[in-house]
Design a protein around this ligand. Structure first.
Ligand code: AMP
Ligand code: MG
Length: 283
């Protein structure tokens, strides 16, 4: 794999603290303004994604394949998950897309195993899913706040790996992306939210308390990324201080994944020539 996936994939030696959130790995030499270039590229890649998405959907409708694709997005607050979903989903057919966000579990969800609500939200065959937060919160916020005893959360890495392996065997291709922003960039984005009444709805005073636990979160991310980056479901870290790079990188990771999956239109399950003749003979 000499593609962006291999450059951004997490392995056992990856250190999150060594990855510069302002860096732009894998970017070709640019002669143009990077923002314009990115917008144009993301548009073009979006058209390709829409084509792949249609073939995926068509193949599942005719039961020639049960493939489905799931983009998992994780990030610190202000990491750009919502903006990424908007950029990626723009070109796609909404009918074949399911975007789901995960907040604190409800009482009902808490009465089940942590993967219960995740299983219910998985994309059906032929669908593309996007998770805005995911089962990884159960080894991130849950760990940082000790919402369950260490014995319980520390067993979850293996449970997650087994779960994701099972899904891979069930024709689900997972693309797990951590949008990696810097401490300073988060401060600027929080300040932007406080400066704009149209962004108050995104702001939560609790975000500042979470910010004070930045290092704990980074440690929890470090473990989640390295313990749960597997051949079946690798993690990618996308430097995300620059939104234009972030959008290009996530679109490219999806494009490369789809190209390898290469979904195909199903063959006709009827006699095309006979149908043509029949139609011709009709008024
Ligand atoms: P937002 O993405 O801004 O809507 O915030 C969602 C909130 O839900 C974040 O503060 C997450 O940490 C929290 N959250 C998501 N999953 C869990 C979970 N499993 N347990 C506790 N909190 C969670
Ligand atoms: Mg929030």
């Amino acid at each position: 794999m000499s593609d962006l996936r291999s450059r951004l994939a997490v392995n056992a030696h990856t250190k999150l603290s060594d990855i510069d959130p302002r860096s732009t790995p894998g970017l070709p030499d640019l002669r143009h303004d990077p923002k314009d270039w990115s917008a144009q590229q993301v548009g073009e890649i979006g058209e390709q994604l829409a084509g792949y998405q249609e073939r995926l959907f068509a193949a599942a409708k005719h039961e020639t394949s049960k493939s489905r694709v799931l983009l998992v997005l994780q990030a610190m607050d202000c990491g750009g998950k919502d903006g990424t979903v908007r950029a990626i989903a723009r070109g796609m057919n909404p009918a074949g897309l399911s975007a789901v966000g995960f907040g604190p579990p409800t009482a009902e969800e808490r009465s089940h195993d942590f993967l219960w609500r995740i299983r219910r939200a998985l994309p059906a065959p032929g669908m593309v899913g996007i998770f805005n937060r995911s089962h990884y919160e159960d080894v991130l916020v849950v760990r940082v706040h000790e919402l369950v005893p260490e014995k319980e959360w520390s067993a979850r890495y293996e449970q997650i790996n087994a779960f994701e392996k099972e899904l891979a065997g069930d024709d689900l291709t997972m693309v797990k992306v951590m949008l990696h922003i810097s401490f300073q960039e988060q401060k600027e984005r929080l300040a932007d939210r406080l400066d704009d009444p149209a962004k108050y709805w995104k702001y939560n005073p609790g975000d500042l308390d979470e910010r004070q636990r930045w290092d704990d979160y980074q440690r929890a991310y470090q473990d989640a990324l390295t313990k749960c980056s597997t051949a079946e479901a690798p993690w990618y870290v996308v430097p995300a201080d620059r939104k234009w790079y972030r959008n290009w990188a996530v679109a490219t990771l999806l494009q490369e994944t789809f190209a390898e999956l290469d979904p195909q239109y199903p063959p006709a399950d009827f006699d095309v020539n006979a149908e043509r003749e029949r139609l011709k003979s009709m008024p």
